[in-house]
Design a protein around this ligand. Structure first.
Ligand code: IVH
Length: 703
């Protein structure tokens, strides 16, 4: 039988397409793995990858030996030493079928490979989460962490030991009886970042004028692949173990589930969301359950992973080039989508910070319709070069505010659009510039010196800032005025009734009852709530003032230290710096706040209105204690002292008692049955003392 011309044409076309796909995927791999700067969304990458895979299946003879489908990822950075994995770090095949059928097709493949009869019992699987971070391998010799590596191309990775040692979740030494510690154990898992940790980190980064992290996955990957371990240390990285690599002198348990339990016993965090599932239906149920839970999880996942639970069956199933036959990743719909920027507007926050926000053509992503995305600040807009009219990729991660990942540059016209010349007024496709005046009050905006934050200079002339200040003043953790919600504050500010928090105390029942949508009864409740808020505490009052950089815990520290409001108000920077945890930035914010005549006037009026609190002695003049500045952690049962008593002794000597052991801990006071905190202390080389030693130390002080 001859080969027809049309077949030859088809082969030639396939070859051309395959070469093009290989080149494209290689470029994306480099961008993703080597620069941590993805150029396409996961979905787009997956589509290209699958197209290439399909062609290679159809024309196996055309597959190039170094096709991206044969490799796991990008090559390691030159700057790190290379590590050849004792056992390769594999990838997982992705099941793209929907709910039930995804689990069913995996189960069917497994049953076929194992040659199980139709009526044989269901296969037991372990269903896990697919964490969205960076895969790493940790090598423990005689129980000590000697090497940590990235996956790299699966065979060779990067030596990132120094960075991984800064991750608190990763034990530096395995837990357990010496006899139980294997001579060699490689633990594999995912380094990741929690969304709340990332948000907190970004807030700080932005306040310091540093670049925020784009998302948890890039945050984790970028942090671990930092050449300077100090940077990795400053990032809130965490770790989940999900498997093992090379092992010597240790008998593996019978199942994946028991393996995870054993890893937990060695001191590794293992995710609580895992389930032994009998058969395909149970897997599909897990997929659905986790799908519903996904947005509430504190970290990003991009799917679930099903693994054959029995390690013996795993061995029988073996591998197929880059992937094990006993595992599959079942993904969720992409949390990235493409849409258009219809406008860029700015929002004015409580402290006057001006944040650009992109108004988007509504798009369904990660389970919700997204219409806005934060652009953080002007530098961020410039860096991403987002312009009105652009086609953009938006990403939504759980409860994090949606953000623009990147502009699809190919979709932007090369010529600026006709009829727009300035480019600063929202005209399409011209570089964006922040307005020069506040959209709320018309005051000029100023860029903080050396920082990225731009603020409205209007202060309390600006309704947005007044509104924010009042909402903050009334909030639960500040003066706790029940019923004074955002809507009511907006009404009060818009009507001119309230310009400062002090005006709240001048509101009368008839005034409130006269407001639109306000009943007599609710007006009475509001008046009562405002009256009740007059009885407060010094810490709450300080917090309620909304001094920049003074959060709830700093307010408490200030109240404890100064005892009296007037002493705080008169304190100079030097005195402020003596307060625990107050640094130069906070000290200056406080000084600036009280230097402002307007603020002093509002405070006077608040006190005249009857706002009061208990004043105390404070510690301003207290002599520095023996333990001043020292941080203690108490763990276990002490022979004679109760925990509270020990804490009181430490605090009386100027020390601080903290709940968890970290590198900042100076002493761990340990009693009997001290558990993980003691371990951690030993791991970190922190001085451990017992009750007698504590008393000795204090006794010497008294002598
Ligand atoms: S097992 C032999 N389990 O998915 C299979 N991988 O592997 C080896 N991933 O980037 C991996 N969660 O880091 C496994 N529960 C989990 C996982 C998981 C996330 C990542 C892994 C790698 C990718 C492919």
């Amino acid at each position: 039988m001859g080969v027809s011309i049309s077949t030859l044409d088809a082969i030639a076309a396939a070859r051309r397409r395959m070469v093009a796909l290989c080149g494209e995927l290689e470029a994306h791999n480099r961008a993703y793995y080597e620069q941590d700067a993805p150029t396409v969304s996961d979905a787009e990458y997956d589509a290209l990858f699958r197209e290439l895979q399909a062609l290679e299946n159809e024309y196996p003879e055309l597959q190039s030996p170094d096709s991206p489908t044969r490799r796991v990822g990008g090559r390691p950075l030159d700057a790190f030493a290379q590590v050849t994995h004792a056992l390769p770090m594999l990838s997982i095949q992705t099941e793209t079928d929907t709910e039930a059928s995804g689990a069913a097709s995996f189960d069917a493949r497994v049953r076929k490979e194992l040659e199980l009869a139709e009526d044989a019992a269901p296969v037991a699987y372990l269903a896990e989460l697919k964490f969205d971070g960076l895969a790493v391998s940790l090598r423990y010799e005689q129980g000590v962490l000697v090497q940590g590596a990235t996956r790299g191309d699966g065979v060779t990775g990067e030596d990132v030991t120094r960075n991984l040692k800064t991750v608190h979740d990763i034990p530096l030494r395995l837990k357990g009886e010496p006899a139980q510690i294997p001579p060699l154990l490689e633990v594999r898992g995912e380094a990741y970042m929690r969304r709340d940790d990332l948000a907190r980190y970004n807030q700080k980064a932005l306040a310091c004028g540093e670049k925020p992290l784009v998302n948890p996955r890039n945050g984790a990957a970028g942090s671990i692949r930092q050449l300077d371990p100090a940077i990795a240390k400053s990032r809130p990285l965490r770790f989940f173990a999900y498997g093992v690599g090379a092992i010597e002198g240790w008998t593996l348990p019978a199942t994946q589930d028991e393996l995870l339990t054993a890893l937990a016993a060695f001191g590794f965090p293992v995710c609580e969301h895992r389930e032994v599932a009998q058969g395909a239906a149970a897997l599909a149920a897990f997929h659905e359950r986790i799908g519903a839970l996904r947005s509430q999880l504190p970290f990003d996942i991009d799917g679930v992973v099903y693994k054959v639970n029995s390690l013996e069956l795993q061995r029988r199933l073996g591998f197929r080039s880059r992937e094990p036959r006993w595992a599959v990743a079942h993904k969720y719909p992409a949390e990235e989508a493409q849409t258009r920027v219809e406008a860029i507007e700015v929002q004015v926050g409580r402290t006057g910070a001006i944040t650009p926000v992109a108004r988007l053509r509504p798009v369904f992503v990660g389970g919700v319709t997204v219409t806005n995305a934060t652009l953080h600040n002007e530098d961020e807009v410039r860096r991403k070069d987002v312009r009105v009219g652009d086609t953009v990729i938006v990403r939504r991660a759980g409860d994090v505010i949606p953000e623009i990942v990147r502009v699809v540059m190919e979709a932007r016209p090369t010529q600026p659009q006709a009829g727009s010349s300035t480019g600063v007024d929202g005209s399409p496709f011209l570089p964006y510039e922040l307005p020069k005046t506040c959209p709320e009050c018309g005051s000029t905006v100023v860029r903080e010196e050396g920082g990225t934050i731009v603020r409205c200079s209007g202060g309390l002339v600006c309704p947005a800032q007044v509104k924010g200040a009042i909402i903050h003043y009334a909030s639960r953790r500040a003066m706790d005025i029940e019923g004074l919600g955002d809507k009511l504050v907006e009404q009060l500010v818009a009507s001119g009734l309230v310009k400062t928090p002090a005006d709240l105390y001048a509101l009368t029942l008839p005034t409130l009852a006269g407001l639109e949508r306000m009943g007599e009864k609710s007006a009475e409740n509001r008046v009562a709530a405002i009256e009740k808020s007059k009885d407060s505490s010094l810490a709450r009052f300080i917090f309620a003032l909304g001094i920049r950089n003074v959060g709830e815990s700093t307010a408490r520290d200030l109240a404890r230290y100064f005892g009296r409001f007037d002493t705080l108000q008169q304190a100079d920077v030097e005195t402020l710096l003596k307060v625990p945890d107050v640094g130069p930035v906070v000290a200056e914010s406080i000084r600036d706040f009280f230097a402002e005549a307007h603020n002093r006037e509002v405070i006077d009026r608040l006190r005249e209105a009857g706002v009061r609190w208990q004043e105390g002695e404070g510690q301003v003049d207290a002599p520095p204690g023996l333990f001043s500045g020292k941080v203690f952690v108490i763990t276990g049962t002490l022979p004679t002292l109760k925990r509270d008593e020990a804490k009181a002794l430490i605090e009386a000597a100027g020390g601080k008692a903290s709940g968890s052991v970290s590198r900042k801990t100076d002493y761990v006071l340990a009693g009997s049955e001290a558990g993980s905190k003691l371990e951690k202390a030993l791991e970190l080389g922190i001085t451990v003392i017992d009750e007698t030693t504590l008393k000795d130390m204090l006794g010497q002080n008294n002598a």
